[in-house]
Design a protein around this ligand. Sequence first.
Ligand SMILES: Cc1ncc(COP(=O)(O)O)c(C=O)c1O
Length: 465
Amino acid sequence: MVCLPGGVGEGDVGVGGVGEGTACSGEGGVGEGAACTGEGALGSGEGAFGAGEGAAGAGEARRILLSPPDVGRGERAALLAAFDSNWISTVGPAITRFEEQMAAKLGRPCVALSSGTAAIHLALRLAGVEAGDTVICQSFTFVATANPILYERAIPYFVDSEPRTWNLDADLVEEAIRRLERKGRRPRAVMAVHLYGVPAEIERIASVCARYEVPLIEDAAEALGARVSGRPVGVHGQAAAFSFNGNKIITTAGGGMLAVRNEAEAARVRKWSTQSREAVAHYEHTELGFNYRMSNLLAALGCAQLEGLEAKAERRRAIAERYREELGGPGTLAFQREPEQCRATHWLTCALVHAEGQAGDRRRECRDALIAHLARQGIESRRLWKPMHQQPLFRDAPRLGGTVSESLFAQGICLPSSSALTESEQGMVIDGIRGYFGQRSLDSLARFTRPAIPPRVPDRKKQPT
Ligand SMILES: Cc1ncc(COP(=O)(O)O)c(C=O)c1O
C-alpha cells in the first residue's frame, strides 16, 4: 500500500507529511489509512500545515515543510515490536531503555515524560517553585518555556537575549537578580533556553546562578545533540528539559525527557509523573502528582530515533552551512551563527532579513513578503518566536530589556531544515529566496559541489514502500 503523506499539525512549528509507508501501512494495529488521508489524521492544529493543507495529496507537488519527521523502517519496526509485545502502557521495557540511552548520552539520570512542557513543569517543582515565587525566564522563546511557571502560579520575570547567541543574556540575569535583591526578594529559578539548536552562553549563566545560589533550568527542547566546550547541553544546571514532538531533531510523535543531577531526583520526578503513587500495594497518595509518563510505544520509537541522532544533527548542520554559503551576505540574509567553543545542531536554520539600507519597518515588510513569496512556491517558512514580554498572556509580567528579542522577532525567518530535506528540495528553497532578492536564478544544486556535506538524503518519494 502506498500512502499519501498526511498533514501533521503541531501548533508551533510546522511538521508535515510523514514519509510514505511509515506510519501508514501496518496491518490493523497502526491505523491503516488513518495517517494516510492527508486530512490531519496525525493531528490538527493551527499554525502548522495540518488538515492536509501542508502535505501533498494525490497528484500534488510535495510541499517543503520546516521540520517534518525523519523516520524510516527502523522506527516502524521498533514501534510495531513494542506493540506486539503488548506493553501498550506507560510502563514497559522501552521506557527504561530510552532513559538509559539518553542518560548515557548526557551523563545524567533521565526521566521519560509525555512532553517537553511536562519536563519543564517538573523541573520547576524540583527547584521548589511555589505560588508567588519569581522565575527569571528567557523572553525570546516558545510559550511552552514560560507556561509551566503559570501552572505553579509563580511570576515569570522576562529577561532579554544577547545578540551573539540570541539566548539569555548572562549580564541581564545578574542585573535582574540584583534588582530583586534590592526589593528583598530572590528568584526561585532561572530558565535558560538553547533556541533553534544554538547553545546559550550557559557557562556564564551557570556561574551567575551559582554565585547567587539560584537553581538553573535548561530548556534544551530544541537542542538535543548540541554541545558547549565539549559537554552536551542539558548538564549545566539543576535540570534540563528535552522535547521529542513531531518537529524536533528526533521525535516520538510527542514526548519529553527531564535530565537531573542524581538518582534521588530522578526517583522524585518519576513518582510525580505517575500520579505520585506511594510504593505500597494499594493506591496511597501523600503529594500532588501528574499523569506525565511517556508511553512504552513512543519510547520504542525514541530508542530507534536516538540511534540516528548524530547523523541527523550533522545533516541539520550541513543544511545550515549550505544556506549560509549560498545566501548569506549584505542586503539579503544574516544567519544565526554557531558560537565559539560550541556545536550547534541548527534544529532550524534561522536568519535576519537585511534589506540593504532599509530601516526596521521596511525590513519587517521585506521578511513578510519573503515568507509569502516562498509560500506561493509551496515552501514553508516562519517568523521567529514572538518574545514572551510582547505576548498579551504575559502583559503584566515584569521584564528587563527587550530590544534584542524584539528586533529578532521583527526581522527573523526560519527556513526548512529537516534532516529529511533533500539536496534538490534545499536547492528549490535557495532558488526561491534568490528569486525574491532579485538575484540571478541559478541552478544552485548544480553549483553545489562541496565535499564536506554528508551524503544526500534520498528523496522519500523514490523509496520503496
Ligand atoms: C523552546 C521550547 N520549549 C519547550 C517546548 C515544549 O516541548 P513539547 O512540545 O514537547 O511540550 C518546545 C517545543 O515545542 C520548545 O520549542
